[in-house]
Each structure stands twice: as structure tokens, then as C-alpha cells.
Design a binder for this molecule. Structure first.
Ligand SMILES: Nc1ncnc2c1ncn2[C@@H]1O[C@H](COP(=O)(O)OP(=O)(O)OP(=O)(O)O)[C@@H](O)[C@H]1O
Ligand SMILES: [Mg+2]
Length: 207
């Protein structure tokens, strides 16, 4: 049996964790091993990297230092969590992955996108999700709702606008691997659309 790798992407507070949990529950109810995970921070070293990256009280980072710390988290996370789970045939449901690094560090911080893509590919060994669900929302609506903001959430409206546009551009570039949904549809409606698309992806993978 082959594993299934599904990633939820989108801006801050759009509902990624909510939908990741609903999909994980649906897959588990099907009797499948599900590994629910997230980036950055879901390994012991990753948790420390996450603190450096997001804790508002950590020392300031250069944009490239930030990008490389995200890459370091990914290298560890793929080796220790994602790849072993996929090798066992599990379904991996992951909150954020490469696209977040491209959108936040590449487009948000305005780094050379080709270089950021290269670093991300290098860190992950080129592992791509079977399906990426992009929850799309105007950042003016989403970020404003967040109370205690982490370092990236506290960035400017322009920054978050660039992030949103880059997520959409990535999805448009490879529509077969993406499902783009308006993030403020009712939760159950979103979950049903995700479940339908995931079962189509599973059918494709098992043939
Ligand atoms: N479809 C929806 N419609 C309206 N509100 C929603 C929807 N889904 C989730 N929410 C609410 O939006 C808020 C953020 O949800 P959630 O934590 O799942 O988002 P997230 O993308 O994981 O956020 P973060 O980037 O902070 O991890 C929560 O208050 C949640 O209840
Ligand atoms: Mg979340």
C-alpha cells in the first residue's frame, strides 16, 4: 500500500488546522493509519527552530536565516516523520509545507524565488504532496481576527497580500495537485469537498 500525503496551505487563521483535523478523522474512520503533523516544529529540534522563527521575543533574523531555518525544520521533519509514515502506507495530513516557505519567505520577504525553491527542494529531497488544499481568504479578514500575533502574523498588510497571491499562483501553476477553496465556506462544506478530492487522489494512487 502506498502512503498518501495531503497538505493544507493558506494564510494565518484561515482554518487549516480545523480542516486538517476533520480530514484526519475521516481517514481514520476509514480504518487507515493517519499521521497528523505540521510545519514548522513537529520534531524535537523542530520545536526549538519554531521558537526561533515565530516567538516575538526571539532575536531578529535575516530573511535568509529565516528561510534556512524553515528548510532545516523541513529536512528533519521529512526524514523523521513524513517519509517513514508514507513508507508504512500511512496517510500524512500536514499543516503547511513547501508552499508556505515560498509564499512567506520568497514572496513575503521578497527573496529570490528560484533560490528559495531550490533550497526547499534540497531540504525535502523533492518530496511533493499528492494533494495540496489551499484555503484562500482575504488576509484583511483573517489576520485581523488573530489576538496574540506571532512574528509572521504581525507583518504588514502588503506582506500578507503577497503571500496570498503567491499561494494562488502556485495552485494555478499545477491545478492537478491542488484544491483551492474559499476559506469561509461552512466548515462541513469544506470538509466534504476535501474528502471528495482526497478519495479521487487515493483512487488515482492505488491504480
Ligand atoms: N470555515 C470556517 N468559517 C469560519 N470560521 C472558521 C472556519 N474554519 C475555522 N474557522 C475559525 O477560524 C479560526 C482559525 O481556525 P484554525 O485555527 O483552524 O486556522 P489555522 O489556519 O490553522 O490558523 P493558524 O494559521 O493560526 O494555525 C478559528 O477561530 C476557527 O474556529
Ligand atoms: Mg493552525
Amino acid at each position: 500500500m502506498t502512503g498518501l500525503f495531503v497538505v493544507f496551505e493558506g494564510g494565518d487563521g484561515v482554518g487549516k488546522s480545523t480542516q486538517a483535523a476533520l480530514l484526519a478523522d475521516a481517514l481514520a474512520a476509514d480504518g487507515r493509519e493517519v499521521v497528523r503533523t505540521f510545519e514548522p516544529g513537529d520534531t524535537p529540534a523542530g520545536a526549538r527552530i519554531r521558537q526561533l522563527l515565530l516567538d516575538p521575543s526571539s532575536a531578529p533574523l535575516s530573511p535568509w536565516a529565516e528561510a534556512l531555518l524553515y528548510a532545516a525544520d523541513k529536512a528533519n521533519h521529512i526524514r523523521d516523520v513524513v517519509a517513514p509514515a508514507l513508507a508504512r502506507g500511512a496517510a500524512v495530513v500536514c499543516d503547511r509545507y513547501i508552499d508556505s516557505m515560498l509564499a512567506y519567505q520568497g514572496a513575503g520577504r521578497v527573496l529570490d524565488m528560484a533560490q528559495v525553491e531550490q533550497v526547499a527542494r534540497w531540504a525535502t529531497g523533492g518530496l511533493l504532496p499528492d494533494l495540496t488544499v489551499l484555503l484562500d481568504l482575504d488576509p484583511a479578514l483573517a489576520v485581523a481576527e488573530i489576538g496574540d500575533k506571532d512574528r509572521l502574523e504581525a507583518e504588514s498588510a502588503d506582506f500578507h497580500q503577497r503571500v496570498r497571491e503567491h499561494f494562488l499562483a502556485l495552485a494555478a501553476r499545477d491545478p492537478g495537485r491542488y484544491l483551492v477553496l474559499p476559506a469561509r465556506l461552512p466548515r462541513d462544506e469544506l470538509a466534504a469537498a476535501v474528502a471528495e478530492r482526497v478519495s479521487a487522489a487515493r483512487g488515482r494512487l492505488s491504480t
